[in-house]
Design a protein around this ligand. Sequence first.
Ligand SMILES: [Zn+2]
Length: 435
Amino acid sequence: MRVKFAVAGALALILAASASAKDVVIHAGTLIDGTGGAPRRQVSILIHDDRIRAIQSGFVTPAGAEVIDLSQKTVLPGLIDTHVHIMATWHGGDPIRLAVTTSDYDTLIDGVNDARATLLAGFTAIRDVGDSTTAVVALKKAVAAGTIPGPRMWVSGAALGPTGGHGDPANGLLPEFGEIPGWRQNLIDSPEEARTTVRRMWRAGVDLIKIMPSGGVMSIGDDPKLQLMEDDEIKAVIETAHSLGMKVAAHAHGKQAIDHTIALGVDSIEHGSYADADSYKLFKQHGTYLVPTMLVGQRVYERAKTHPEQLNPSTAAKALVIGPLLQKNLHDAHAAGVKIAFGTDTFGLSAHGENAQEFAIEVAAGMTPMEAILTATRNAADLIGASADIGSVQPGRYADIIAVTDDPLQQVRALERVDFVMKGGTVVKAGGKPI
Ligand SMILES: [Zn+2]
């Protein structure tokens, strides 16, 4: 085996050396670099191959460098969405019909299109927190290899949760559906099952673990307010994942599930609907991120009002309660100084590629446009654990760079109209059109 790896390594080195090195300079009219610093006017971003080499004041053109003129634009780091389901699509709703008529192959093909749409919208990295494990790992590998276009991906594979919880696809169905082998794979009902399953997920190639300590909205019948995983199960997941170098994201609506999961050391709380002042203290004490997922909250709420027949009856009822809570929660969490990372929970109710609509909702909840931008750049990269590579325009980072025409600090919805996208030094969209 050693010999095989050594040969493969040598081959990779030869291939890398033979690829011609490329120097590019971007002339940026305004640069918002994603570090939280003030915007800079008229700077040059020097790029060598797939990384940023330097930032210089004024418009400079090193000999031999290709110039990309963004002198009339605002330039930012590629955006990062830390809560998507890249292979999930709506297809008219009805989760039961979808569950029994859709294979992993179907969802993988949807994922190929959705990955491209997300990248072209300016999102050069995503954290996928719940999709078929083998399919999403395959999608991630294909994007990383350059076989298909898409954002850089950090994936959890299927979410882990208890029998009858938010991640149990057999909720609300006849008992025999609960015995379908593929549907049982990610149900954990003891600390022992938690450890084994986390290790199995790691072996399958995931980057992080997603758990479901509370009930949810889209699932049938379970109660978002209740803590449905026991503390010892949550603890076993977090300890095992951390021992393998993986972070843990927790879907949690109810206060008890939020507070307990933070105290047990989780890295992010997704949704967080019923958090209160004491919860915010815990967030800050443990350095835990909140991923507020406002866009999905708004879209499910609207659908429950206008087309409840497209949702399971229990989902429609839950959405009418949870939607407004998410708004209040983000406002209060932000005011309390909780760390917030951008996440839309895009699974098709808002289309893949509409992710940037989250920014305006963040601003409506009390953030400045700059704070909203930082949730999708600096903070998102920090939550993922990849600040050395993504989330800012600084020397050493990947050349993941976008540009917009209007000033997003004046009108944050400018980020919904991304003109230019570069990922790893390769331009994938220019002049508002895919390359
Ligand atoms: Zn989600």
